[in-house]
Design a protein around this ligand. Structure first.
Ligand code: FAD
Length: 374
């Protein structure tokens, strides 16, 4: 059996959060694994074919003018932006240039399948199993985002629907729905942006569980900080993080005001069942539809951490800053309050600072552990 490859800090994922972590590891003197100059070593494993994280997969009509604002990666500003360029093209290029300029050495495509404790020693190593071998790390920064875990709610009769059902993670363009009636489910930003877009080529209906909350005022930095603090409080209590919109509300843009004026944003309360040709409302009437587009959000992609048993009975993970309260070797970045590009940047820095301290508190054990693994 091949021994696990030892490393000091292993980062899973190379989206905004993972790149921020890699940047701060390099700044603090860590070297990519394999460079044998005696410094502490890191590795970043990413399951994409190239740079960009989830941005690689976002639909082409999500342009730099229609994203909500993307923070610069740490230490390197975004180049000039063409507002008409698809965000997936621009950000994939920006991330790629960043990785190269900073010599970050991302290993891809590598998919992490499981993380396990080596033994019961709380300062022992974590074994990170992948489709390309196993690593044994002293600290872990998990930056796997949410894109790979689209959330599909279950409704009676769902399997009987004769039309097409898709999640926004699989959305490509409104054109494919021309001439069809599209039922959009969900109360977030993706739902309203796609309703607007699709309604230019065909008819739509909109269903949400709750009445959406629209903000009339500008979204101020104070409101942003307040929203983050509310999500932070939830994860400190071990509750699953809420969606950003559930704390910030939906923001009126000129395009959405125009959509509302066209009657596109007339929300209906959630249907109770799905039928072969549409959806059944609580009053028994059926709305016929050819497509159901589930704009129902995503969950944190953490299945590979299941062997660590980090989740509480309530389904969340008790967090202390970016660290898992019960497992200080593991940090979650881009999770809960840091699931925005600015939050991911900050979380990467905080996780590295915390892990550096953790590693420095136990240098003897670390050296010994490294020798025994060779
Ligand atoms: P990701 O970019 O998802 O990167 C995670 C990486 O981890 C991926 O490369 C993935 O392949 C990899 N990975 C996952 N699982 C594994 C595994 N098991 N093994 C190895 N690698 C793995 N935020 C903003 O601030 N501004 C916006 O305008 C904005 N627009 C958004 C629009 C949409 C449609 C969505 C869904 C989100 C948007 N967000 C926005 C949120 C934003 O995308 C995220 O907060 C941020 O970009 C996510 O970065 P991340 O590094 O956490 O995750």
């Amino acid at each position: 059996m091949v021994s696990p490859q030892p490393v000091d800090v292993l980062v899973i994922g190379a989206g905004q959060a993972g790149l921020s972590a890699a940047y701060h590891l390099r700044r603090r003197g860590f070297r990519p694994a394999g460079q044998t100059d005696g410094r502490e070593q890191y590795v970043v494993l990413d399951n994409e074919d190239g740079p960009g994280g989830a941005w690689r997969h976002r639909w082409q009509s999500l342009r730099m003018a229609t994203v909500n604002g993307i923070s610069d990666l740490p230490g390197r500003a975004q180049p000039d932006i063409d507002p008409c360029e698809p965000s997936s093209d621009f950000l994939t290029r920006y991330f790629g240039d960043y990785e190269e300029a900073l010599d970050l050495h991302i290993l891809r495509p590598v998919r992490v399948t499981a993380v396990r404790r080596e033994d019961t020693d709380p300062r022992g190593r974590l074994h990170v199993e992948t489709n390309a071998g196993t690593w044994a790390t002293r600290g872990l920064i998990n930056a796997t985002g949410t894109w790979t875990k689209p959330f599909w709610p279950l409704y009676p009769g769902q399997a009987s629907f004769r039309g097409r059902q898709l999640h926004v993670a699989d959305y490509a363009s409104a054109e494919e729905f021309r001439g069809l009636h599209v039922i959009v489910v969900g109360g977030g930003i993706s739902a309203v942006q796609l309703l607007d877009e699709i309604s230019h080529v065909t008819t739509t209906s909109w269903f949400t569980r709750r009445e959406p909350v629209w903000r009339e005022d500008e979204f101020t930095p104070e409101a942003g900080r307040d929203a983050v603090a509310r999500v932070e409080e939830r994860v400190r209590q071990g509750l699953p993080p809420q969606s950003v919109v559930s704390v910030t509300g939906l923001i009126w843009t000129p395009a959405l005001r125009a959509a509302a004026a066209r009657g596109v944003l007339e929300r209906q309360p959630m249907f109770t069942a799905i039928e072969p040709d549409g959806v059944r409302r609580a009053d028994g009437t059926v709305v016929r539809g050819d497509v159901i587009l589930w704009a129902t959000g995503f969950r944190a992609a953490l299945d590979h951490l299941a062997p660590l048993h980090l989740r509480t009975a309530g389904g969340g993970i008790v967090m202390d800053g970016t660290g898992v309260a019960a497992e200080p070797r593991v940090h979650l970045v881009g999770y809960g309050p840091s699931s925005s590009t600015i939050g991911a940047n900050r979380a990467g820095r905080a996780a590295v600072a915390s892990l550096v301290k953790w590693l420095a508190d136990d240098p003897g054990a670390a050296a010994q552990s490294r020798v025994s693994l060779r």
